[in-house]
Design a protein around this ligand. Structure first.
Ligand code: PAF
Length: 274
């Protein structure tokens, strides 16, 4: 595996390979969820590139940029064992210059739910993903469904800017109890981990209701909020279509039910696609 820390090293490394390129962008602290994206990329492409870059522009003032878990050595080992060809680990200076041209998140879909709670987050995320997609020359890029709004906005960016890359949505990976894997789970104590299960439990409750024929969004959300009482604070429960328009009634095959809640230090998100 080639580790590239500069843009030049990445371009030089890419010249050593031929064929389709599967790309997995990450902010490191790799876990089983990332590994499943890497494995899918490995199975579907000739070359696999993974990036590890804690992108400062997607963190707001006062968020956990400095505390965000950084585990370069362990990440490199995981990538090597997973058969990654190129690991791109740039510095901030490599990725950004002063007074940059910026692309922005769309005015509505970029500023609801996650975008409302973290205004500006999606601008920074799209900015870095645009750079990384261009740098990787990816044929396919792999993103988890857990960050469903991020995935929808990246899909929209690729469409709006006519970018020649296929965005591949990948299933959410959960621990044995149902907690969606996230690098931020590292902040949870054992007791908080138990309470964090309320997120996935609320989604299971919603799914059961839909399976029993209850499609009314308000009724489902009210039941979910009861289950979420175990968390410290619920930020939102939402029922949207795959393009993030709010739904009054669940549409089978076109619905995402989302939840965001605080448990201890971290703010956790989870969702289910129906
Ligand atoms: O989902 C993430 O880890 C990040 O938002 C991404 C896509 C790597 C961009 O920094």
């Amino acid at each position: 595996m080639i580790i590239a820390r500069t843009i030049e090293a990445l371009q030089e490394a890419k010249r050593q390979f031929d064929g389709s390129i599967g790309f997995v962008p990450t902010m490191g602290a790799l876990h089983q969820g990332h590994l499943s994206l890497i494995q899918q990329a490995r199975a579907e492409n000739d070359v696999v590139i993974v990036s590890v870059f804690v992108n400062p522009t997607q963190f707001l003032e006062g968020e956990d940029l400095d505390a965000y878990p950084r585990r370069e050595e362990a990440d490199a080992k995981i990538c090597e064992l997973a058969g990654v060809d190129i690991l791109f680990m740039p510095t901030i200076d490599q990725m950004y210059e002063e007074d940059e041209l910026c692309i922005g998140a769309p005015a509505i879909r970029g500023y609801i739910l996650e975008g409302e709670k973290r205004p500006g987050h999606f601008d920074g995320m799209l900015q870095v993903v645009m750079k990384l997609l261009n740098l990787s020359s990816a044929t396919r890029a792999y993103f988890g469904k857990k960050d469903a709004q991020q995935l929808a906005l990246i899909t929209q960016m690729v469409k709006n800017y006519f970018m020649d890359v296929q965005i591949v949505p990948c299933e959410i990976v959960r621990d044995e109890k149902g907690l969606a894997l996230s690098s931020r789970n590292a902040y949870l104590s054992d007791e908080e981990k138990q309470r964090a299960l309320a997120l996935s439990r609320s989604l299971k409750r919603a799914t059961k209701m839909v399976m029993a024929g209850e499609y009314d969004a308000q009724t489902i959300k009210a039941e979910m909020l009861k289950v979420l009482e175990e968390t410290d604070k619920v930020e939102y429960v939402a029922i949207v279509d795959r393009e993030f328009n709010a739904l009054e009634r669940v549409e089978i095959g076109n619905t995402i039910i989302l939840v965001a809640a605080w448990v201890g230090k971290p703010r956790l998100i989870d969702n289910i696609w129906i």
